[in-house]
Every structure is written in C-alpha cells, then in structure tokens.
Design a protein around this ligand. Sequence first.
Ligand code: CA
Length: 244
Amino acid sequence: MNLNLANSTNKGYPAPMAKHTILLVEDEKPIREMVFFALDGDEYKVVDAVNGRQASEYLNTHTPDLILMDWMLPDVSGLEMVRRIKRDEVLSSIPVIMLTAKTEEQNKVEGLDAGADDYITKPFSVKELSARIRAAIRRSGSNDKNRLSNGVLILDLDKHTILINDNELDAGPTEFKLLEFFMSHPEKVYSRAQLLDFVWGRSKFVEERTVDVHILRLRKLLKPHGCDKMIQTVRGYGYLFLVA
Ligand code: CA
C-alpha cells in the first residue's frame, strides 16, 4: 500500500481533494493507454472497459464522476450506451463525453440527442481532453455537489443520509461527519489527533479514544454492505479511507 501521510503540522482544514473517477470505455488500446497515462494520478482515477458489457458491469456497482465513451465499440454502440446511462436514475447525472472519429455534424447531433454532455473528435490532444473533462465535471458539480460517492456508498449532504444500494443507514451525526471527512479526503492517512481537529473541532476536548469508538460504529454500519473495508487502520498512526 502506498501511504500518503497527511501533514501533521497542517494548521488548517485540508483542501478537499476528492479524486474524481473516470470510466473510459474504449476498445482501442493505444487510446486507452494514452488516456490512462495522461490522466490517472492525483486528480483522477481512470478505470477502463474495453466494450459495452464490461462498462455495464462496472456501472452496476459504481458511479464514476465522468464517463468517456467511444462511439464504435465491438459489442454495442457508444450511442446506445449513452441512452442507457441517461435513462438510469442513478447514472443519469454522470457527465458523458463521447469519443469519436466521426466528424459529421449529423453524428454530433445524434450523440447530443442521446444525452451525451460533450463530444470530442479523434485524434485529440491530452490538453484538449483534460480541459473538456474539467469543464464537464465543473458543470455537473452544480447539480450534484451535495453528494459524495465511493463505489456503492453515497453520502447525501442535503438530506444528511448515507445510502448503499438504496438502503438508508441509521448513522448518528458524528458517524456522518466522520464519513463525510473520509470521503472528501480519501487515500491519505490521518492520525486520531488530526481527525479530532477536523471532525470534532479544535475547541472541544475529546479523548483520542473517542475516534476509535466512532470508527467502530461506522464500520459496524458499513459491514453488512461490505463497505467496512473502505476504512483502514494504519497501525501506530491512524486511519485511511480507500477509494472503491
Ligand atoms: Ca472504437
């Protein structure tokens, strides 16, 4: 495991660093590799699928932040995939950028009619792709900024509810705040003292053991849904939340 130790001298609340997951559906290996090398890193996690079937399987259990969809796939057309995604209640809010060699205006119209949010013509540069992705995620944020998701786990910040596969978990306010912190600061280890500062607030005197108690409660809530492993204990240091 590659552990990123949070800066223990950090005095402020760390900047939100939720990593965006991008699902890339593309059968051409050179394009998959190019997108992966260009984007997978601190800002994005790239998951790829080589055909519609693989993409559908992934989407049954995950809600990525953006989908890059090739038009010509070996098993189903990208256009048909976009239609399915946009008809799905959970998936419809995910921005979809279509990747295609087709440049004709008619195809572009068809893609947008099917519900694609944007359209990028091959060959494209990494710079162009990054700019389009950033813009699409920014736009989608205005509709969906009050939700955090990690795999099947969804945190609705407006309703203050935790959802897993449409089941609402009965979480207390502290468990909710703790999970909110973890989900917006994944893949980084935080000490108990840091969690007390960030989640409970500096002004309150709370023993470090309290953190363990609430982590235990949170894991108990997540366990029946197989999500308890998202919270990892880092011996001698603290806790880390894993991206699904
Ligand atoms: Ca293709």
